[in-house]
Write a protein that binds this ligand. Structure first.
Ligand SMILES: Nc1ncnc2c1ncn2[C@@H]1O[C@H](COP(=O)(O)OP(=O)(O)OP(=O)(O)O)[C@@H](O)[C@H]1O
Ligand SMILES: [Mg+2]
Length: 253
């Protein structure tokens, strides 16, 4: 299967108090088009740093990232922003919707920023996304008038409004209770089944069990990989969780 993203000898070093901190260390990674990839690992192992660097949000120190046949290190800031806006979607642990805009406007704003389409087309797509994620009844709501789980589903709609090729999610269920987390995961699974590649960071075995492949990071590198089948039914979930838990235990998690 074709790779949508590849990191080659990716390194990220921060300079702090005149000391170099090597956070990503010659890391290699391939993400296949259409896959649902999870990244796990101890706090501080570099998972968020990895997402920031492979998405061009942060500037790598050395190595290369190839995304959709483009070498990110060779692009300028404007080119990188255009790629992030049109080809990548982002969902974070701390839901960062704009407080002075309603749910609907938060979802469609980046489609206006992309500037390629008429308002009608954009709002039609926003409605479809809200239907798919189960929040269609919230089109008129302000962001203070919805639950955490609904807010995260709105954040997913926003991330998908420009039909990105890949969705990066950093602890997308981190701030949610377990039933809201399950709702968000079934939305992500549906979106993945419809073709969007997903790369998600999580601490939660239950959440990771929805993915297809798990990378385990330790101290700035990928130390292990665990493959699960493409997800079929919910009845599989418990089994997947326990086999994954055993593997993580072996990895020292
Ligand atoms: N801007 C920065 N400047 C200096 N060091 C940083 C910076 N950002 C992150 N770090 C350091 O890089 C290391 C990895 O951080 P990162 O946020 O990637 O970890 P993580 O695996 O996502 O952890 P968590 O599971 O807690 O979210 C940490 O030791 C952190 O202190
Ligand atoms: Mg993190």
């Amino acid at each position: 299967m074709e790779n949508i993203l590849e990191a080659k000898n990716l390194s990220k070093t921060y300079l702090l108090n005149r000391r170099q901190h090597h956070i990503l260390k010659n890391l290699n990674l391939k993400v296949k088009k259409g896959e649902f990839l999870a990244v796990m690992g101890p706090s501080g192992s570099g998972k968020s740093t990895l997402l920031y660097n492979i998405s061009g949000m942060d500037k790598m120190t050395a190595g290369e990232v190839v995304f959709a046949n483009e070498k990110l290190s060779q692009l300028n800031e404007d080119q990188l922003s255009a790629i992030r806006l049109k080809k990548m979607g982002f969902v974070f642990q701390q839901i960062n919707l704009l407080k002075n805009l309603g749910i609907m406007d938060n979802i469609i704003i980046s489609a206006f920023m992309a500037g390629d389409e008429k308002r009608d087309e954009i709002s039609k797509r926003a409605h479809e996304l809200m239907k798919k994620t189960g929040i269609i009844e919230l089109t008129e709501n302000e962001i203070t008038q919805v639950s955490g789980g609904q807010l995260q589903r709105a954040a997913i709609c926003r991330a998908l409004i420009n039909q990105p090729q890949i969705l990066f999610a950093d602890e997308p269920t981190g701030a949610l209770n377990s039933s809201a987390a399950e709702d968000v995961m079934s939305v992500l699974q549906k979106i993945n089944q419809e073709g969007t590649t997903i790369m998600m960071v999580t601490h939660d075995v239950k959440v990771a069990a929805h993915s297809e492949r798990i990378l385990y990071m330790i101290d700035g590198n990928i130390e292990g990989e665990y493959n699960l089948d493409k997800f079929k039914e919910n009845s599989e979930l418990k089994e997947r969780e326990s086999s994954l838990s055993r593997w993580l235990l072996n990895m020292g998690f």
